[in-house]
Write a protein that binds this ligand. Structure first.
Ligand code: AMP
Length: 277
């Protein structure tokens, strides 16, 4: 596996790769969730490029950019093992050179859910993903359903800006106890980890109710709220029952919906979701 930093090094490395090229963007401190994307890319594509970059413009000033966990040697070993050919680890000088002032904004689908609580987040995400796409020019790009709204935003941007890239969304990878894998799980102590299980358990209860015929959006939301609020260490930010494509909040009977949520456990903000259909 080649490790490249600058745009020139990347371009040289890309010239040698057979197509189709699969691309897996990450912020590093990798786990099985990220690796599932890299494996899928390596099954479906002749070459795989991954990037590791904790993009500062998608973190608000009060968020965890400074403390975001890092372990590049371990990440590189995991990517190599998963079949990645080139890992691009740009610096901020490469991604945002002095005088930087250009942005990609996606409108309606960035407004609710995460966008309502993190108002600058998706402007950072869409801009960095556009820049990564421009540099890597992949045939396919792999994202996780874990960040459900991000996947919707990236699909929208790809279509709207005419990128000739197929977006592949891969299922959420969970710990054996149900906790959705996240680089941020490393912040949780044992007690907080236990409390954090209420996210996936709440979603499972809502899914079971849906499978038993519950269709009311409010009732489905309430099942998740009650499970999370039963834990002392959780501080629920939102539970949504929304249209999976438009992300508009739903009321009354639903046939297809995305139940998604954000919960603070101590200082750590966790998200999780399930698609019911
Ligand atoms: P991140 O490093 O958090 O920016 O994540 C990089 C990519 O991995 C994104 O497309 C995420 O949605 C995806 N991802 C993160 N956690 C998981 C998970 N538990 N299961 C599947 N994909 C994930």
């Amino acid at each position: 596996m080649k490790h490249v930093t600058t745009l020139e090094e990347l371009t040289t490395a890309l010239a040698e790769l057979p197509r189709p090229i699969g691309f897996v963007p990450t912020m590093g401190f990798l786990h099985e969730g990220h690796i599932s994307l890299a494996r899928r890319a390596s099954e479906e594509c002749a070459s795989v490029v991954a990037s590791i970059y904790a993009n500062p413009t998608q973190f608000a000033p009060d968020e965890d950019l400074e403390t975001y966990p890092r372990d590049i040697p371990r990440d590189k070993a995991m990517l190599e093992e998963a079949g990645v050919d080139v890992v691009w680890i740009p610096t901020t000088e490469v991604m945002y050179p002095a005088g930087y002032q250009s942005w990609v904004t996606v409108e309606d689908v960035t407004k609710p859910l995460e966008g309502a609580r993190r108002p600058t987040h998706f402007k950072g995400v869409s801009t960095i993903v556009a820049k990564l796409f421009n540099a890597v020019r992949p045939d396919k790009a792999y994202f996780g359903q874990k960040d459900a709204q991000q996947a919707v935003v990236i699909k929208r941007m790809t279509q709207d800006l005419s990128y000739p890239i197929e977006i592949v969304v891969c299922p959420i990878v969970r710990e054996p106890d149900g906790l959705a894998m996240s680089s941020r799980n490393t912040y949780l102590n044992a007690e907080q980890h236990q409390a954090a299980l209420s996210l996936s358990q709440g979603l499972k209860l809502a899914q079971a109710a849906f499978e038993d015929g519950e269709r009311d959006a409010n009732a489905l939301r309430q099942i998740v709220i009650d499970r999370v609020n039963a834990e002392e260490l959780t501080d629920l930010q939102y539970v949504s029952c929304a249209h999976p494509d438009t992300l508009e909040e739903l009321e009354g009977d639903v046939n297809r919906c995305l139940i998604s949520m954000a919960v603070f456990v101590g200082e750590t903000r966790l998200i999780d979701n399930v698609l019911l259909e």
